[in-house]
Design a protein around this ligand. Structure first.
Ligand SMILES: C[S@@+](CC[C@H](N)C(=O)[O-])C[C@H]1O[C@@H](n2cnc3c(N)ncnc32)[C@H](O)[C@@H]1O
Length: 242
């Protein structure tokens, strides 16, 4: 069993554009967590589980009534675990390819719909709890602000958003001078460009508070995947009382 994966192996997925956004199409090798379970390394599977456990804790702490909305849902990461834990969910994604995979992620097939995050086909406050993971942090400010508002609109009470923060791991990498591999700009599309070049992926609480407030949300609590080993933090927002 491999413990971790050589980052130079495996092709990145490709993207197509829609209104200021991007659609991800899984490439042959897929991104890290798109690969079938059997092909993931032990460390990847451990990370997947810790991420899921963090999201689940936030959902349980809120005692949220299902179904929760997973927007976007991609190919159905964690669907199996949600099912196992009896957490009802609905997923949306703009990519038909991702949704085709999501439909096969669990049996019986989950409730997933094709939709742009900027125009969600749901009524105001339809879902008590909305999860947004591995998405907003890759986009420019304008798109992010619009998407934030739309997510907040369909949320009845809570929104959980993934951010990356300056962790011990990142600090050590900086100290060691670990460099990212050189960019092949012509091969990057959509948010890969944002992620790898334009956007700074590291957020602090002040920024989370500000962008939540602009969408009518208040920061309730931060959920760290692992303070030592992960850059990832989930910010739980609650709709601001009017
Ligand atoms: C990195 S994946 C994350 C998916 C899921 N949240 C997860 O953690 O597995 C990003 C997903 O966003 C979807 N996407 C990109 N632009 C979108 C948009 N405007 N509306 C809805 N989904 C979008 C892509 O199709 C892709 O499946």
């Amino acid at each position: 069993m491999r413990l971790w994966r050589d980052s130079s192996r495996g092709k990145r997925s490709s993207m197509a554009s829609t209104e200021g956004s991007t659609v991800e199409k899984a490439g042959p090798a897929g991104t890290r967590s798109e690969r079938p379970r059997g092909e993931r390394t032990f460390v990847e599977r451990l990370n997947n589980y810790f991420v899921y456990r963090t999201i689940r804790k936030a959902i349980r702490d809120c005692g949220a009534a299902g179904p929760i909305l997973i927007a976007p849902c991609g190919y159905g990461w964690h669907f199996r675990l949600y099912r196992k834990d009896g957490i009802e969910f609905v997923g949306v994604d703009i990519s038909p390819e991702a949704l085709a995979a999501a439909r096969k992620a669990v049996t019986p097939p989950p409730s997933v719909r094709e939709a742009d995050i900027l125009h969600l086909p749901f009524t105001d406050g339809q879902f008590e709890f909305v999860v947004n993971s591995r998405f907003l942090l890759h986009f420019e400010d304008d798109f992010r602000a619009r998407a934030f508002k739309e997510i907040a609109r369909v949320a009845g009470r809570y929104v959980l958003v993934h951010y990356d923060r300056m962790s011990l791991r990142l600090r050590l990498r900086k100290l060691r001078g670990v460099a990212k591999p050189p960019l092949e700009e012509d091969k990057l599309q959509g948010w890969q460009k944002n992620k790898r070049r334009a956007r700074r992926l590291v957020y602090d609480k002040k920024r989370m508070v500000a962008e939540g407030a602009a969408a009518g949300l208040t920061v309730k609590k931060l959920y760290y995947v692992s303070r030592l080993f992960s850059d990832r933090v989930y910010c739980l927002y609650e709709k601001t009382e009017k």
